[in-house]
Design a protein around this ligand. Structure first.
Ligand code: C5P
Length: 402
């Protein structure tokens, strides 16, 4: 779905066109967006919050205070920070004038005033109000401040008059929103699969073979890509990390076999694969469903090889797909990384070495060198994994029209 992972605050103001906001909310959801609705007091005269709450599967916000007796209030700053885009549809002449003035005597205006994301308006009003110099000047001012204006259309109006002032149709508004994301987010429309964390290979009911991978690098990449518009499929082994905002799919797995199954099923539909997971190369050939006790434990544990997930992705890689691996080495590691780049049919390999302080497992920082197919090599200094993730994805950002 084109808007999966995108967050839209839908502001509804007091116009008869508010009935179309229900269809718009549904359409945005149908395209995958998460929607929060903020209604002005005037809007609630035209359509009930219950309708919108049901359609977006979340309570509607319309008051500064949530529960007067308990003293709880709606945090307009949080809502403004939550969204990728605030879409005011319908936008009345009054709300637009208030936006120009920076007024905030209702919750929606306060959300708009405190938001860091972009704002779009879909005006709706009678034709004479629309053509009035004040309204036109306000629209120009809003546009000059970067507000996206989705022009009203011509046709019969609630007043009985005919002319320009009808709110654009919900489908067309949703198209404009989609286009806006496409223009503003370099990874919009791209699907990326990321493996992260360790795998746990069970020995008995309670024990496993594993490693110290924290998942932090993979999660940082997932966050950076999702923020820039990608539809992220994050397949992770056992980690203690919350799902980053905007990540569309998180698939939790335990073992290498589980991870392999999830990855191979999704890989054909992806544009980019990033293998960050520290996959166990082998697993016990037999596992006990009960707990071993002293005395009844095996004398030796037989190991069998796990599939190389990344190698398998490389084998089935299509011309339009890009594939990136990670190589964690204990020494210098360049020649070993380069041979993995070849053997696994990768487009790039990110080398980090435990010889560098602050690099590798469990740290919040990392220091890497990226070797690209064709011989190009990019070195990054020690930095936080979140900053590094932003730098790394800049290397792989799809070129426009590519
Ligand atoms: O060969 P090596 O294990 O050092 O290669 C590391 C790269 O291969 C990493 O990107 C890791 O995620 C991936 N890998 C994998 N499946 C395995 C082993 C490694 O996807 N079984």
């Amino acid at each position: 779905m084109p808007l999966t992972g995108r967050r839209i605050v839908l502001g509804i103001t007091g116009s008869i066109a508010a009935y179309k906001s229900a269809v718009l909310a549904r359409e945005l959801r149908r395209r995958g967006a998460e929607v929060r609705v903020v209604m002005t007091p005037g809007a609630t005269e035209f359509i009930t919050p219950l309708t919108l709450a049901t359609l977006v599967d979340h309570p509607v916000y319309s008051d500064f205070t949530e529960n007067r007796d308990a003293g709880t209030w709606t945090n307009h700053v949080e809502l403004g920070l939550w969204g990728d885009l605030i879409l005011v549809a319908p936008a009345t002449a009054n709300t637009m004038a208030a936006m120009v003035q920076g007024q905030c005597d209702n919750l929606l205006l306060a959300v708009i005033l405190s938001a860091r994301c972009s704002v779009a308006v879909a005006p709706a009003m009678d034709l004479d109000m629309y053509t009035h110099a004040s309204t036109q000047q306000n629209l120009d001012t809003l546009a000059s401040r970067g507000v996206m204006v989705i022009d009203p259309t011509e046709g019969p109006l609630a007043s009985g008059l005919v002319g320009r002032g009808r709110m654009a149709e919900p489908e067309d508004i949703a198209d404009r929103v989609e286009q806006w994301f496409k223009n503003n987010l370099p990874w919009f429309g791209q699907k990326v699969i990321i493996t992260a964390g360790p795998t746990h290979e069970p020995l008995d009911a309670v024990r496993f073979l594993g490693n110290r991978s924290s998942g932090k690098m993979g999660f940082a990449l997932a966050e950076a890509l999702a923020n820039q518009g990608a539809e992220v499929h994050l397949v992770t082994g056992p980690v203690a990390l919350p799902t980053p905002p905007r990540v569309a799919y998180r698939i939790d797995v335990e073992t290498a076999l589980d991870m392999d199954r999830e990855v191979q099923a999704r890989w054909p539909a992806m544009n980019l694969g990033i293998a960050c997971a520290a996959v166990a190369d082998f697993r016990p050939s037999e596992t006990s469903s009960a707990k071993w006790h002293r005395g009844d434990m095996p004398q030796a544990i037989q190991l069998v090889e796990n599939p190389d997930i990344l190698w398998r992705m490389g084998q089935s890689k299509q011309a339009q797909q890009k594939l990136v691996g990670f190589a964690l080495e204990t020494g210098e590691g360049t020649s070993s990384a380069l041979s993995k780049l070849e053997r696994k049919n990768l487009d790039a390999i990110v080398l980090n070495t435990l010889a560098d302080r602050g690099a590798g497992f469990a740290h919040d920082t990392n220091k890497v060198t990226v070797h690209e197919r064709g011989g190009n090599c990019v070195r990054f200094e020690l930095k936080s994994k979140r900053d590094l993730a932003i730098d790394l994805i800049a290397l792989w950002t799809p070129k426009p029209n590519a």
